[in-house]
Design a protein around this ligand. Structure first.
Ligand SMILES: [Fe+2]
Length: 200
């Protein structure tokens, strides 16, 4: 049974313009993300991973020297699903419990935004930046290649793709510009606030 799915985009392909083009979204979701999903399903078929939850596949395959391909593709499928649900055309501001926690852990939203930007700019090569709930506090973390907060049992509230394929068609190598536009205009803080509330 196929456990990994390609979720539909929660917005129209051109909804994030002018910051992220429809061309980038089409390729990123329809080719890159789809390829990770297809490869993940092909690789787990008939293995002990086939009936596990996605997060269990990620944690188990990370410890399995023979499952590098499974880890990379399943973790990338997971990370991309988190990325799409982290953005919306309206952006918005953190609400309720998440807004209060941001004040406690970062001082204010501007300080959190600056940390997301700085971490994304300094991350070397391909990877991910995320705002996570560690179980005790909010934190900004970065991960290389396909690695993910799931490995630390952290809950990603906002996930930002810093692989070049996320921005190269639009701003070429200007990752700081991609980050600045995304952080200022596209983070779906309403959805992140709901995810935080759902943690109880
Ligand atoms: Fe990506």
């Amino acid at each position: 049974m196929s456990r990994i799915t390609l979720p539909p985009l929660p917005f129209a392909q051109d909804a994030l313009e002018p910051f992220i083009s429809a061309r980038t979204i089409a390729k990123h979701h329809g080719a890159h993300h789809k390829s990770y999903v297809d490869k993940a399903n092909a690789l787990i078929a008939g293995t002990r991973y086939a009936d596990m939850d996605v997060e269990d596949i990620i944690r188990e395959s990370a410890r399995d020297p023979g499952a590098k391909g499974i880890f990379n593709n399943v973790a990338q499928a997971y990370n991309h699903a988190r990325y799409w649900e982290s953005m919306s055309p309206g952006g918005g501001k953190p609400q309720g419990a998440l807004a209060r926690r941001i004040k406690d852990d970062f001082g204010d939203l501007a300080a959190l935004d600056a940390q997301l930007q700085d971490t994304g700019e300094k991350h070397f090569a391909s990877g991910w930046v995320a705002l996570v709930w560690t179980g005790e506090k909010l934190a900004v973390v970065d991960h290389h290649d396909a690695a993910t907060p799931v490995l630390d049992r952290h809950v990603p509230l906002v996930t930002i793709d810093v692989w070049e394929h996320a921005y190269y068609l639009d701003v070429q190598n200007e990752r700081p510009k991609y980050l600045k536009q995304l952080i200022a205009n596209l983070i779906d803080w309403k959805a992140a606030s709901a995810r935080f509330d759902a943690l109880g």
